[in-house]
Write a protein that binds this ligand. Structure first.
Ligand code: XIL
Length: 379
């Protein structure tokens, strides 16, 4: 667990462009003493962790990856991937390995092996862990979704699950996405889709935070969602709900934006302002799943201008987080296009990560690194 000092106001005094100039002038370390380029985690200011999803479960199970047997997770079995993971990042998020269907596939049976492996790897390499996720409408096992439980039984099932997971990793998980994607685009609770809210009522959300807090009082407990990067009905709904919960002393610590962006839409220009209003409520904020996808015709590669636009989106997202005092965690949803979820879920889109399928660094990677060097240079 990292102890963080309050962010200094001077942090953005050096812009990314100025940092590049400083690097050229030899003022900032473009290369470390051993001649290697600094990694993202090395470049980052001391009060910001740089994270990635650790690939496994979910869509990976159905992919035919070169060098891996069917069903083997990249996190456990791709050595080059593991090298980059420890070298570049100071925080890990299990991409699927702590989701209900993966970790609790049958009633009474938990499968902790891959989650344990991530937590152990993180400890060995001095990385934070973001737990993901406890109350969600998606990726629940059939025994939950199709089970024949009374409300009282279902409540006990959820409480047991939350306290088992949060308790098992007590002291080793810094932030938990307790509730994921509970609102729709209009800012209404997903009452019909989300089994917990549908069967147990909206009060279950506060209970989920209370149960998690009981199991690990030091873990920071978050709401997490997509399409909440900007101010709008969905982020406004969180803003109202969180204020309400805080008034009732519900242990909510943070609000995080996933950041699944696409170059076909404009960058959410009020991201900083939006994070700031949650920071002003006394919350931590975070960017938890950033990727920037693009449309590329089948068989072709992204153009230079697409890569430049992608780099600009990554940089703007990072700058927004850097500008907000308690935005302490910045996570990208995978780092290599090799294992991205994007082509599986968004037809015709891809190339969303900061490294190519062959682990070559893209302009987006350098944009992040230079922006981090600039921010750290102010210290
Ligand atoms: C995605 C994973 O990347 C895939 O492997 C899986 O098949 C589906 O889920 N919002 C979230 C993440 O909170 O958990 C999702 O991850 C992406 C959208």
């Amino acid at each position: 667990m990292h102890i963080r000092t309050p962010r200094r106001a001077t942090r953005l005094a050096v812009t990314a462009a100025a940092a590049t100039a400083l690097v050229l002038a030899g003022t900032l370390p473009a290369t470390a003493a051993n001649g290697k380029h600094p990694s993202l985690r090395d470049a980052a200011p001391a009060d910001l962790v740089i994270g990635t999803a650790a690939a496994g479960g979910g869509h990976h199970l159905a992919q035919d990856y070169e060098g891996l047997e069917p069903g083997q997770s990249p996190f456990l079995h791709d050595q080059q991937y593991r090298r980059e993971l420890k070298h570049e990042f100071s925080s890990l998020s299990p991409e699927n390995q702590m989701k209900w269907e993966f970790i609790h596939p049958e009633q009474g049976r938990y499968d902790f092996a891959e989650a344990d492996a991530i937590v152990k790897f993180a400890r060995q390499h001095k990385q934070d862990v973001r737990g993901h996720t406890l109350l969600w409408h998606s990726q629940n096992p059939a025994w939950v979704e199709e089970g024949d439980f009374t409300a009282e039984e279902l409540r006990a099932v959820l409480k047991d699950h939350i306290q088992t997971l949060v308790g098992r990793y007590k002291g080793q998980i810094d932030q938990w996405d307790v509730a994921n994607e509970i609102f729709d685009e209009g800012g209404n609770l997903r009452t019909s889709e989300n089994i917990w809210i549908r069967e147990l009522g909206p009060g279950i959300i506060a209970d989920a935070f209370r149960w998690a807090h009981e199991a690990d009082p030091d873990a920071k407990l978050f709401f997490n969602d997509y399409n909440v990067e900007w101010k709008g009905p969905k982020s406004n709904a969180y803003y109202a709900l969180i204020q309400d919960l805080l008034k009732q002393d519900v242990p909510v610590d943070g609000f995080s934006v996933q950041g699944h962006l696409s170059t076909q839409y404009g960058f959410p220009g009020d991201l900083r302002e939006n994070l700031q209003r949650f920071d002003d409520l006394g919350l931590e904020t975070a960017i938890t799943e950033l990727d920037v996808r693009m449309n590329v015709p089948e068989g072709q590669q992204p153009t230079e201008s697409q890569l430049a636009q992608q780099a600009d989106y990554y940089q703007q997202a990072l700058e927004a987080c850097l500008a907000v005092d308690d935005c302490n965690s910045f996570t990208i949803w995978g780092f290599t296009d090799r294992y991205s979820w994007v082509p599986v879920f968004f037809t015709g889109e891809g190339f969303a990560n900061v490294m190519t399928e062959d682990y070559e660094r893209k302009p987006a990677y350098y944009a992040l690194r230079d922006t981090l060097l600039a921010a750290a240079g102010g210290k």
